[in-house]
Every structure is written in C-alpha cells, then in structure tokens.
Design a binder for this molecule. Structure first.
Ligand SMILES: [Zn+2]
Length: 258
C-alpha cells in the first residue's frame, strides 16, 4: 500500500514538473531570442526607416521589435499572417517611438490582420468596405485592425507619405494620456500645445484651399491631422522639411528631440 502511495506521489511530481517546464518554455520571451536573419532581410528590403539607421541603432530597433512582439498577439482573420506581416506590424509600432526609447504599448494586446479593406462592422466581404485600419474602442479596446493590403502597401510605396499602420500606432500613442485628442502628452509638452494648435489650423486651412500635399483626411479633425502628418513625417521627412518646414520642426521636436 505504502509502495502504491509513493508511486502515485512520484508520478504526480513528475507530471507537475513536466507541466511546469512546458509552461516555462512557452512563456520564454521572444526578446531573449536572437533576431531572425530572415526578418533582418525583410527590414533591409522593405523598411526604409530602418535602412537609414546606424548599425548600433539597427540593433536597438530589432530589440525593440522583439520586446513589442513579447506582449502583442498578431492574428490573421480570413488570411494567413506571414513573417513579412509580423515584421511590418512591429516596425510600424517602433518607428514612431524609437527616439522616445519606448517599445511597449500599454493600450494594445492584439493586432488583427484582415485580407483587404473592411467595413465599419468589420465585414471583409460585401459593400461599404473602405477602412484600411482602425484602433478598436468599446469591446474592441486593446485591439487594432489592419488590412494586410494596406500594411504591406504602406511600406512598399515608402515615399508617398501614406502608411496606415504607422497612422494607427500614432493614434495609440495619442491615447496614452487617456484621451485620443491629437495632443499626446508624451509628444507635445504643455508650452508647445498652443503653437501646435495654431499650426494645425493653418495647415488645415491650406488643405481646404487645395494648396497642400497633405492627405485631405488630415483636415477631418486634429486627431486625424496628427496621425496623417506623422505618416508623411516618417515616410518622407526630406519632402516635409522642404514643403512644410514649420510642421517638420514641430514633429522633429515631438518624435525625435523630445
Ligand atoms: Zn485615423
């Protein structure tokens, strides 16, 4: 009898150890692993922001991507998530916060990848599908949806100033202070708020007068303005510096020198 009890205890202990180590293995952080060579090839080929970094900065960028991916689930909905999608989502997350030395998004848990544009009620088929990306609210809080087509297209036409994924991550950064209002505390200090608002008004007027190369969607609200000009800033800083020197300076102050 004692023998049976001991055998049961020993088996139980072995089983517990097995579960414990299996869990530990699963929980092993991505950021502790070396950066995959295939991912580096994708960065070299597709992410122009990365190609402009120094060797030291590239290592930091890669580490930040892995840290970001430790916490965030990327799930395909009616589509397969490939390495290129994972790399592009993580790159879009890190680009706007790279100079701020941040790699975590406390208000995000999952990124859903839809094959193409989707509708307001998240349908991927049928009419009225014109949304390329969105940050979830209400029951969708903590979720971002991106169309695979826009995610890839945003990086592949790198100089056109449009990048849906960067746009959505800027909305998340905007929300870190509790309000998605186009004036994120982490980017714009209190004394810089009024000059920024004046700049937003001036640039919005130019868009309405059709005297601007800024995407007209930026004129819909100051929240969208920030996201839209951030895409432009990270995709084509040279053109923005030439065409909108004041705006360039303000964004450089927010994202780079802050
Ligand atoms: Zn937006």
């Amino acid at each position: 009898m004692v023998g049976v009890v001991i055998a049961v205890l020993v088996l139980g202990f072995i089983g517990w150890q097995f579960i414990f180590f299996a869990r530990k293995k699963k929980a092993q952080k991505m950021s502790n692993k070396p950066f995959p060579t295939e991912w580096r090839d994708i960065l070299d080929d597709e992410i122009s922001f990365y190609t402009r970094l120094t060797a030291e900065e590239k290592t930091r960028f890669e580490r930040s991507m892995l840290e970001f991916l430790d916490d965030i689930k990327i799930t395909g909905v009616s589509t397969q998530v490939e390495d290129i999608d994972r790399v592009m989502v993580a790159a879009a997350a890190i680009i706007p916060v790279f100079r701020l030395g941040v790699s975590k998004y406390p208000n995000l848990t999952e990124v859903l990848i839809y094959p193409n544009a989707f509708s307001r009620d998240h349908q991927v088929e049928g009419h009225g599908r014109n949304i390329a990306g969105m940050v979830g609210t209400g029951y969708m809080n903590g979720t971002m949806i991106l169309s695979k087509q826009s995610l890839r297209g945003g990086f592949r036409s790198a100089r056109d100033g449009q990048n849906t994924a960067i746009h959505e991550f800027v909305h998340l950064i905007d929300g870190w202070d509790g309000a998605i209002d186009g004036i994120p505390d982490v980017l714009i200090d209190q004394p810089a708020v009024t000059p920024w608002m004046i700049l937003v008004q001036d640039k919005t007027k130019e868009i309405f007068k059709k005297r601007s190369d800024i995407d007209p969607y930026g004129a819909t609200s100051q929240t969208e303005f920030l996201a839209v000009v951030s895409e432009y800033f990270f995709e084509n800083p040279e053109r923005m510096k030439k065409k909108h020197p004041e705006l360039y300076k303000a964004l450089e102050e927010a994202f780079i020198k802050h």
